[in-house]
Design a protein around this ligand. Structure first.
Ligand code: SF4
Length: 421
């Protein structure tokens, strides 16, 4: 048997408390733009939100609002409203949360949103994003622009890649024209440089924070990263979140220098693959009670988008459309199985990971597809203990607390045995 669990759980960085203010100001900016009749846009995660900031459009990310609804226990109600409208039990619960929030005219503090001037989606992560915005653009009667991003896989050749890149570049030019047509605002190079600089710096500090998680004991827990992720989504281009990330980094570095971890006693280092269960974040405290700390989540890392070594800051500043098309074609979160296995194996080694928890997300096909193959390869080829948990990021009806707790207990025993070997 592994050791009895303790009641002690991990400490959040003091700097992370600043997140609440920053996100609060983001929602205020949306309200203000809405009241003053300034251009606003809904954007899906993975879309180049930077273009909105460059062209004076206030972004809103309904996925972010959906997580607010789940964390505050409103998502179930919203999802059921959407199902009453005829949307299936099996559809993405972010989408249904958003439908329910819009239909019930929910306040922003409860996961509601505002009618935007236009919508911007992309299928870089999933086709649900496009269909979701299509449905809602019709409901609000606003224009919708979508970016179609081909998937680069391990056997994509150079000729295909060049074609994909040209295809994406043309669409990005089209996006600029579309925003100008809808809002009357122009694309200005000086502003673009400022936004790109800020977006780049934001991502780099996030990557620095992530690198500190390689340290033993790990100074940062999911309390810092799950919420800390949102500025990358919603504010890539603003200065304010960079300051917050720098404060987080500084504090975490002090912990490292003094040998202090986020947990009092770190026994197991884990990777968590998938979207967190926003309605049941206490699950992550249960892990910590066993001395297990999550030191890497592909989900929160993927959104620090500047990970393609071919895309430098200079390239972005001198040729933003070209560079952005390369970034969209190399998004971490949509790797094919072969690349994903390789990346996971590298990450396990670099972050000293003892085991991997994979979230089989019943809402999300792109997230769950290939999970069993991934698990098999990690276990058979790299001897990494893995656990698959079934659940849903926003629908608490699809998460069985007791079953998950039992699975975790058994997994801890496996980790214990594996460490002794
Ligand atoms: S949860 Fe999955 S299906 Fe839903 S929007 Fe996100 S990526 Fe798409």
């Amino acid at each position: 048997m592994s050791e009895k669990k303790t009641k002690k759980t991990g400490k959040m960085l003091n700097a992370t408390y600043g997140l609440k203010n920053i996100m609060g100001r983001h929602f205020l900016a949306i309200e203000q733009a809405f009241r003053e009749g300034k251009p606003t846009a809904w954007a899906t995660s993975g879309s180049p939100v930077e273009y909105l900031y460059v062209m004076g459009v206030q972004p809103m990310l309904p996925e972010n609002s959906a997580t607010v609804a789940a964390a505050q226990k409103y998502s179930k109600n919203f999802i059921e409203i959407a199902e009453d409208e005829g949307y299936s039990y099996d559809l993405c619960s972010y989408f249904k949360t958003n439908v329910g929030a819009v239909v019930s005219k929910a306040e922003m503090s409860k996961g509601g949103t505002r009618k935007p001037t236009f919508m911007l989606s992309t299928d870089v992560i999933c086709d649900t994003h496009v269909n979701w915005f299509q449905v809602q653009a019709e409901r609000f009667n606003v224009p919708h622009f979508t970016l179609d991003i081909p998937h680069v896989v391990s056997n994509t050749n150079k000729r295909q890649y060049d074609y994909f890149k040209k295809y994406v570049q043309e669409q990005l030019h089209g996006l600029v024209d579309f925003i100008q047509e809808v809002t009357g605002n122009e694309y200005k190079e000086e502003k673009a440089k400022e936004v790109i600089n800020n977006s780049w710096d934001l991502s780099m500090v996030w990557q620095d924070i992530y690198n500190l998680r390689k340290e033993i004991p790990c100074p940062i827990s999911t309390r810092d990263t799950f919420g800390g992720l949102f500025p990358l989504f919603c504010m890539p281009g603003l200065k304010e979140p960079i300051k917050l990330y720098k404060r987080m980094y500084k504090e975490a570095k002090q912990r490292v220098d003094n040998g202090i971890g986020a947990l009092k006693q770190e026994k197991y280092r884990l990777m968590f693959e998938g979207i967190p269960f926003w309605h049941s974040l206490k699950f992550f405290s249960v892990l910590e009670q066993w001395g297990a700390i999550i030191v890497y989540e592909p989900y929160t890392y993927a959104f620090s988008k500047y990970m393609n070594p071919n895309v430098t800051k200079e390239y972005l500043l001198s040729n933003p459309i070209d560079a952005m098309s390369e970034l969209l074609l190399s998004f971490w979160y949509v790797y094919d199985l072969k690349t994903r296995i390789k990346k996971f194996a590298e990450t396990v080694e670099q972050w000293n990971i003892d085991g991997v928890i994979l979230h089989e997300n019943l809402s999300c096909r792109p997230n769950s597809c290939g999970l069993y193959d991934l698990k098999r390869h990690l276990m058979d080829d790299f001897n990494i203990p893995c656990l698959i948990i079934s659940g849903d990021m926003n629908d608490p009806r699809k998460f069985n607390d007791l079953q998950v707790t039992n699975q975790i207990e058994s997994f801890m025993e496996i980790l214990e045995k594996s460490k002794k070997r």
